[in-house]
Design a protein around this ligand. Structure first.
Ligand code: AMP
Length: 416
């Protein structure tokens, strides 16, 4: 079923959204991007004459009630954005009466799902080494099903729209789907957009395809690099991980970030790129600093010849030109991870050069997908979010999708 073809009139829809918004110490929302992201789905259902039961997690309360993570804090903001008063169910597992009383156009927000350990389905208070752990795990899985069944009983249909948690097999993101038949469960608009964006870089690829992977460590990105190797024309590897490659090739990298146990892996990646005809861009120079601080003394060095005591914190001018050349003319672009310590203004130029080249290529018709944590912060810092095709709302979920993994939240609906 799809959200566009379902007849919501007179129906109750239970919608899993990602309202895990950051709050300040007074419980005020500091960034409402995630709430805005869910609005198209929520307003569509209301406009069609459906009633909404909205569910989400917030933070990591670890299966216990914790006022700090109460979704009651966002009721007013959600009411204001939806333009209708939002009722609140202070116990998500005891909301049957409130749900039954909902009339078309009305909205009920359930309390934080993760106040119940059943949501995540992991046994609490027992060590993995404990001989009783397996039993506890089995019992928790059974309890998780019951919890999901309770949530499902509130509604006629289920809409999954929380991309940020789609890589988790939780009660509300996947298990609940077992209690609806195929005609009564569907992805929301946000999920549809995210799935399309991932398809654009993994399946319906327009060439040339340039992927840019940066950030601190090659070890956390290896699954993605390997999956992309079969698909890309140009692969830029930048940020801290570039120095593991420089050292692996015999370079002197001073105090730069390095993963000494990944030197062979770096050489294997270089060999693989060569064998597959991928243009691997590792950069050749960097901005080296004498300390990890914005006011450090700096000099431009070859990546392979950084003086003792200095560390590469950003891409150098020649490397920036290499990045631009590999991005210019691309028709598909994926960017994850900064090219330097962009949080410090003096080491943001490499990431800025990438952002500008992506914006330029996007203007020329490329599809550009930015996602996975820091690159989103990066593009926002440069005020260029509106100059790329799509910014993913998922961190871990996006990375797993790009690794080629099937996300449980999608599989539960599509049966893949
Ligand atoms: P990740 O979480 O692996 O995507 O890495 C993101 C972080 O990598 C950011 O906080 C950057 O400041 C950091 N980073 C990027 N380039 C470097 C570098 N050359 N040295 C140290 N940290 C870096």
């Amino acid at each position: 079923m799809t959200i566009d073809s379902y007849k919501f009139a007179g129906k109750k829809a239970i919608v899993r959204v990602d309202f895990n918004v950051p709050l300040d110490e007074n419980g005020k929302i500091t960034d409402d991007t995630r709430i805005r992201g869910a609005l198209p789905t929520l307003t569509k259902i209301l406009k069609d004459g459906g009633a909404l039961i909205i569910m989400s997690h917030m933070g990591k309360p670890k299966g216990k009630v914790n006022a700090k993570y109460s979704l009651s804090q966002i009721v007013d903001a959600v009411s204001e954005k939806l333009g209708v008063p939002v009722q609140f169910a202070p116990d998500c597992a005891k909301a049957a009466d409130a749900a039954a009383a909902l009339k078309p156009g009305e909205v009920l927000l359930l309390e934080n799902l993760r106040f119940y350990p059943e949501e995540e389905g992991k046994p609490v208070g027992i060590d993995k080494e404990d001989p009783a752990y397996e039993e506890a795990k089995k019992a928790m899985k059974a309890a998780q099903k019951e919890f999901a069944k309770t949530l499902a009983s509130y509604a006629d249909c289920y809409v999954m729209d929380a991309f940020g948690t789609a890589h988790r097999k939780h009660a509300s993101t996947a298990v609940i789907a077992d209690y609806f038949d195929a005609d009564n469960k569907m992805l929301g608009y946000l999920m549809e957009k995210e799935v399309q964006a991932v398809d654009n870089v993994l399946k319906d690829i327009k060439r040339p395809f340039t992927a840019i992977m940066g950030g601190s460590k090659v070890s956390t990105k290896i699954g993605i690099i390997e999956n992309l190797m079969d698909k890309v024309d140009n692969l830029i590897l930048c940020g801290g991980m570039a120095f593991t490659f420089a050292k692996a090739q015999g370079g002197k990298i001073g105090n730069s970030l390095v993963e000494d146990d990944k030197l062979q892996l770096a050489l294997d990646i270089i060999a693989k790129a060569k064998a597959k005809g991928v243009n691997l861009v590792l950069g050749c120079d960097c901005i080296a600093a004498d300390k990890f601080a914005n006011d450090a003394n700096t000099q431009v060095c070859a990546d392979s010849d950084i003086p003792d005591g200095w560390m590469g914190l950003d891409a150098g001018p020649k490397t920036q030109a290499e990045f631009k050349a590999a991005i210019k003319g691309a028709k598909t672009i994926l960017w994850n991870g900064p090219a330097g310590v962009f949080e410090m203004d003096n080491f943001a130029a490499g990431s800025k050069a990438i952002a500008e080249a992506i914006a330029e290529a996007t203007k020329e018709g490329a599809f550009s997908l930015i996602g996975g944590g820091d690159s989103v912060a990066c593009i926002n810092k440069f005020g260029m979010a509106d100059q790329v095709s799509y910014i993913s709302t998922g961190g871990g979920a996006l990375l797993e999708a790009i690794e080629g993994k099937i996300l449980p939240g999608i599989a539960a609906i599509k049966g893949e």
